[in-house]
Design a protein around this ligand. Structure first.
Ligand code: MN
Length: 433
């Protein structure tokens, strides 16, 4: 007998891969753990006739001579499957996409670091020209979309996109996928979101907009991370935090999301006893939570957390080539050509009094009878930045004012210049080490 197994708290990628494996291993039985994620359970209970499976307790494991393990390489994440040594030793085939060290030693494996393990099955089906139904394609697409966030998570690869293309060709239904991938957002979550929006407040902290919202909840409410995500989207703030107090149980859940890299929610949540990564995190406050005090604490942490990893000082160019207000335009043009810059700060003593950009030279056409001074053409609407500020802040100032460069000032003194292409280099990770 052949059995297909996957990890507990089974998500769409794991379940999809288990049923995909059945196509490649005809006759094998998918064995799913009892702990299916709610949306997977919902999907499978509707499609039970099409996707039958067994529970671990229904299997005579001494009968299993081949075990196909999908979406995990760790024995501990399997449920109800005898550990090696505890029972027979079936031949193991492993299909996985995790980078973590493996505790399962397979006889054969197909492990590639792609966004979803279902991708590997879909690719194999396409290569072998196997027929799949639109409903099968729909389940497989849900698997890939869930694990890659609709192909937007950093783990996404071009191979995942190829697998998606194949499944869409096989008539996967994106409407159904959408319906099942967002079931955590039910009436209870809508009520919480509605409450939060009615009490929404925005605060400006060091140039970022932040919203901290305290909200009372009753009993177990799942999906609050999604609620905070939607709240942040709707308010269009850089970071949003929800403090969800469950008065009856005397505890509060704090959930944060951040869209800017300088505001690290993970480290803020660690200071509250929780955890997470830079974009998202949470903490459970167990002892008599006081939302007002948590709110204050969050503000302090956010303010203390404002240390961008890469500062303007790391990115700026220096020394800066500059001209004086009286410098003739022809001479300024020569400096631009010689130094290969696209603009120049105009300096009087220590002070920046203007900016000369390529655009200003378009208005100045040689030959002029008289060579006019720079001050007749320079822009005096000057925006500057300090070396300790972040790239995100520089980018904002440039976008808002439609300018391509910012003088960097320290104590009012010009020490460097940062340009649009410097910020691009940062975003596309092309910074020299
Ligand atoms: Mn997976």
């Amino acid at each position: 007998m052949e059995a297909i197994v996957t990890h507990k708290n089974t998500d769409f990628d794991a379940a999809a891969a288990a049923f995909a494996a059945q196509i490649l291993y005809p006759g094998a039985t998918p064995v799913l753990p009892k702990s299916l994620n709610p949306n997977v359970r919902q999907f499978l209970s509707i499609h039970k006739d099409l996707f039958p499976w067994s529970l671990p307790g229904e299997i005579d494991w001494t009968d299993v001579d081949r075990l196909v393990v999908v979406d995990t390489n760790d024995w501990k994440r399997l449920e109800g499957v005898p550990f090696p040594g505890e029972g027979p030793a079936p031949e193991i085939h492993l299909w996985d996409h995790h980078r973590s060290p493996a505790t399962i030693e397979p006889a054969w494996e197909h492990c590639v670091a792609v966004g979803a393990v279902t991708t590997l099955f879909a690719r194999r089906m396409e290569e072998e020209g196997l027929a799949i139904s639109p409903i099968q394609a729909t389940l497989f697409l849900a698997g890939i979309y869930e694990d890659t966030g609709n192909l937007t998570f950093p783990s996404t690869t071009s191979v995942d996109a190829q697998a998606v293309a194949f499944l869409l060709k096989r008539k996967a239904d994106v409407e159904i996928v959408n319906t099942f991938l967002r079931p955590a957002y039910g009436p209870k979550q809508k009520d919480v979101l509605f409450d939060m929006i009615q009490n929404a407040e925005r605060t400006k902290l060091n140039g970022y907009t932040v919203s901290v919202n305290a909200c009372d909840i009753e009993g177990h409410t799942g999906g609050l991370a999604l609620v905070v995500e939607m709240y942040q989207d709707i308010l269009n703030v850089d970071a949003a935090f929800g403090i969800f107090r469950d008065g009856a149980r005397g505890r509060a859940m704090v959930i944060g999301r951040s869209a800017v890299d300088d505001l690290n929610v993970g480290s803020i949540m660690r200071a509250l006893g929780g955890g997470g990564h830079p974009g998202a995190g949470s903490a459970l406050i167990k002892k008599d939570p006081d939302p007002a005090a948590i709110r204050e604490h969050l503000f302090d942490l956010i303010q203390g957390n404002q240390k961008p990893a890469v500062q303007i000082g790391d990115l700026m160019s220096f020394p800066v080539f500059s001209v004086r207000p009286e410098t003739p335009m022809s001479e300024a043009a020569q400096v631009l050509r010689d130094k290969g810059c696209t603009g120049l700060p105009v300096v009087e003593g220590d002070r920046v009094v203007g900016i000369l950009s390529r655009r200003d030279f378009k208005r100045f056409r040689t030959p002029h009878k008289k060579d006019p001074p720079v001050k007749a053409f320079m822009s005096t609407d000057i925006h500057t930045i300090e070396p300790g500020q972040s790239v995100m802040q520089a980018a904002r100032i440039m976008v808002k004012n439609d300018i391509g460069r910012l003088p960097v000032l320290k104590d009012g003194k010009l020490i460097g210049i940062v340009t649009r292409s410097d910020t691009m280099r940062y975003y596309y990770d092309l910074l020299p080490d």
